[in-house]
Design a binder for this molecule. Structure first.
Ligand code: NAP
Length: 297
């Protein structure tokens, strides 16, 4: 296990992934814009860098997991970015969800300095990050994917090399079309069940094991019934992903009617000040249309 790993971005996802890299025995250096979020990892044995550029100087493989395309550009290519500290041959793996074109541009900028890049967005929620069971969609050259495998296997269980630079992000956007369509269906199903007066727990028990079963139904519907809006994934980041989906779909001329509707429902929830809540709070938009609330005490 010779790679010295650096990890940038210790949010909901990054914290879980970095903890699993430590558990797997990797030498780990970390950096987060807000330093307090690194405390638990330092206590578990990680070293703290003072900037991405400093982190890069001591690492051979660097992971990033921050919010959006401009944020990845900042930590990798900005004034204090990885590009200014990394030695030629270093591999950079971006685990964030960003635009496919952004990933290709970053790969090209790093390549000019002799640095390798993989886009490797993930799916599986905060639960998957904590348990090391993420699905990872990887874009980039096969030899770097092979090199990354021990690191990726420490944080995920389904690792698929889907194509060249940017293709990992395109497949992640496919994933998000599926996720929000399911979230809308879960929301409408629960509002209908509530309006019809059936027992919500028994309803979930009855439908989860059949053809309608899904990760979203199993993990997020019970939270909706308990009215627990703590985020595994915030509405603000979900909205960001749908913006990326609709931009990419526009570029290839693919009409996405349902996804565009969910984009607008999330926009309405952001306008109501709910952007920090979990993406399952989509149900609040449907509840408001119906004039009822699901579950509760
Ligand atoms: P989060 O909890 O909001 O964390 C965001 C992280 O990005 C924080 O560490 C934040 O630093 C850092 N950051 C944002 N902008 C930055 C900038 N300009 N410079 C430096 N650091 C910056 O988000 P998350 O849920 O972990 O999501 C991270 C990425 O994973 C996103 O691209 C998201 O779409 C993707 N993702 C999330 C999930 C999920 O279920 N949560 C699932 C799959 C993929 P501070 O601590 O200083 O704010």
């Amino acid at each position: 296990m010779s790679e010295r790993i650096g990890f940038i971005g210790l949010g909901i996802m990054g914290c879980g992934m970095a903890a699993n890299l430590l558990k797997a025995g990797f030498d780990l250096t970390i950096w987060n814009r807000t330093p307090g979020r690194a405390d638990a990892l330092i206590a578990a044995g990680a070293k703290l860098a003072t900037s991405p550029v400093e982190l890069a100087a001591s690492c051979s493989l660097i992971c990033s997991c921050v919010s959006d395309t401009p944020d990845v550009v900042e930590v990798l290519l900005g004034a204090q970015g990885v590009i200014h500290g990394a030695a030629p041959g270093t591999l950079v793996i971006d685990l964030s969800t960003i635009s496919p074109q952004g990933a290709r541009t970053i790969a090209a900028a790093l390549a000019e300095r002799g640095l390798h890049f993989l886009d490797a967005p993930v799916s599986g929620g905060s639960e998957g990050a904590a348990r090391g069971t993420l699905s990872i969609m990887v874009g980039g050259p096969a030899e770097q994917v092979a090199r990354a495998m021990p690191c990726l296997q420490a944080i995920g269980t389904t690792i698929t090399h889907v194509g060249g630079h940017g293709d990992g992000q395109t497949v992640k956007l496919v994933n998000q079309i599926l996720v929000v369509g399911t979230m809308l269906a879960v929301s409408e199903a629960l509002v209908f069940a509530q309006a019809s007066g059936v027992d919500l727990e028994k309803t979930l028990q009855a439908v989860s094991g059949g053809a309608a079963g899904s990760w979203t139904l199993t993990n997020r519907a019970p939270q909706c019934i308990r009215r627990d809006w703590r985020p595994g994934f915030t509405i603000d980041l979900q909205q960001k992903d749908l913006r990326l989906v609709l931009q990419a779909a526009d570029a290839v001329g693919a009409p996405l009617l349902g996804t565009a509707q969910v984009f607008q429902l999330y926009r309405a929830l952001q306008a109501a000040g709910l952007g920090h809540e979990g993406n399952h709070a989509l149900i609040k938009a449907i509840e408001r249309l119906a004039g009822i609330e699901v579950g509760g005490a």
